[in-house]
Design a protein around this ligand. Structure first.
Ligand code: SF4
Length: 402
């Protein structure tokens, strides 16, 4: 028996043992004639009891089988030709006291990055309006802080209000939050808070020493308790092992609620940071990680995040095939480059992708969400249902429609 066959057998056995799969998981012999709807019932169900053995087994599947199952799960919950589009703005740049080994904004590394003070609220509102005009439905604001000071939080709250007033979803990433700060942001209308775990707990202290893994989990809990949606993922290509990638995804998939948004970043190597010169990750392993994330967290938006500028169009297409359904759109991420808007429009057109409306609707969702949405509509008051329709109708199309 060759090594691949052994790995496949082990992977299928692990998943079968857990009850997560049936005889069709290996995929090749059993691709259903009527499409992926006949996949075993539990594959694609939302679970919080994944085990490391199951996650490792998914990673060990043959590439084609893994992508087949990821795409099948994806279609159960999402329209596979819709991608959520966010724009990210650095509202305060550089001079961060933390020591994240990948980050050019850390004050500890000489990367030539110039510091910029917290932006004015009006300038942020103008940037958000431009992002909306370009087709973004979510506007994310990032500040290089360990945690926000009260004065800074007041300003960010005004920014959140101005973004919301434009009809955009709002997201912020400001470092660690106390429960009280999280409640203030939630009260101001902040929809999402981004706080990444970055990597596995075991590998974490090779990357960051100025805050602990538990600090990060505490902030995530504060965000969730305050009622905001969670955006949380990690960075690949920092020298971590596949075991670390599996453990990171396992931590995310066993949280009490899955993050609504799961950014999977590829390390962008910046000269002057400790991770500059790290061995590059096999691009197919990046795709594999996206596919496993999709299977583990079927309802979450998996975001193809930093590192897209270094990816070929073909690699990005494979990531979408593996279940990625969110991107950052715009010329710059916090401080590193991003594919330019025209290139993204062309790529969307070539792939037949369209931007997802701000709130996923029955019309743009997979069958599971459509069913949930129909049930929700039946229970909702008429005014709320009308509001949802209006939001959908006003969402700006991007790419293929543009
Ligand atoms: S990743 Fe965030 S917390 Fe870490 S150094 Fe960069 S800006 Fe600071």
């Amino acid at each position: 028996m060759n090594a691949n066959a052994t790995a496949t057998g082990t992977a299928t056995a692990e998943l079968a043992k857990s009850g997560s799969t049936g005889p069709t998981l290996a995929g090749r012999a059993a691709a259903p004639a009527d499409g992926p709807a006949t996949l075993p019932a539990r594959l694609g169900d939302v679970r919080h009891d994944w085990t490391l053995a199951e996650v490792r087994a998914l990673f060990a599947l043959p590439f084609a089988d893994l992508l087949y199952h990821a795409q099948s799960v994806h279609r159960r919950w999402f329209d596979p030709n819709r991608v959520q589009v966010s724009t990210l703005l650095s509202i305060k740049t550089g001079a961060c006291p933390e020591d994240c080994a990948y980050c050019p904004q850390s004050v500890r590394y000489d990367t030539g990055l110039s510091r910029e003070a917290l932006m004015e609220v009006e300038a942020v509102a103008e940037a958000a309006a431009r992002a909306k005009a370009a087709g973004a439905t979510r506007f994310c604001m990032g500040a290089a802080w360990r945690s926000p000071k009260d004065r800074d939080l007041r300003a960010v709250i005004e920014m959140v209000k101005s973004v919301r007033a434009l009809g955009l979803e709002s997201c912020a990433t400001l470092g660690m939050l106390t429960p009280a700060q999280a409640r203030e942001l939630a009260d101001a209308g902040l929809d999402y808070y981004n706080h990444n775990l970055d990597t596995s707990e075991a590998f974490y202290d090779r990357i960051i020493k100025t805050r602990t893994y538990q600090d990060r989990l505490d902030t995530l809990a504060a965000v969730r308790d305050a009622g905001m949606k969670v955006c949380c993922g990690g960075i690949l290509g920092m020298g971590e092992s596949q075991q670390d990638r599996a453990e990171l995804l396992l931590t995310l998939a066993t949280l009490p609620a899955h993050p609504e948004s799961v950014p999977i970043n590829q390390l962008v190597q910046v000269a002057g940071t400790p991770l500059h010169g790290a061995d590059a990750l096999d691009p197919l392993e990046f795709v594999r990680t996206i596919a496993v994330a999709r299977i583990l967290m079927p309802r979450s938006h998996v975001r193809l995040s930093a590192g897209r500028e270094q990816m070929s169009d073909e690699l990005q297409a494979l990531c979408f095939q593996a279940g990625a359904n969110s991107i950052f759109y715009g010329e710059k991420l916090l401080t590193t480059g991003n594919p330019d808007v025209e290139h993204d429009r062309a790529l969307f057109a070539r792939l037949g992708l369209r931007a997802e409306a701000a709130e996923t609707t029955a019309e743009s969702a997979g069958p599971e969400r459509a069913r949930e949405s129909a049930e929700g509509r039946a229970c909702r008051a008429p005014a709320a249902a009308a509001g949802a329709s209006a939001a959908t109708a006003s969402a700006a199309p991007v790419a293929a429609d543009a």
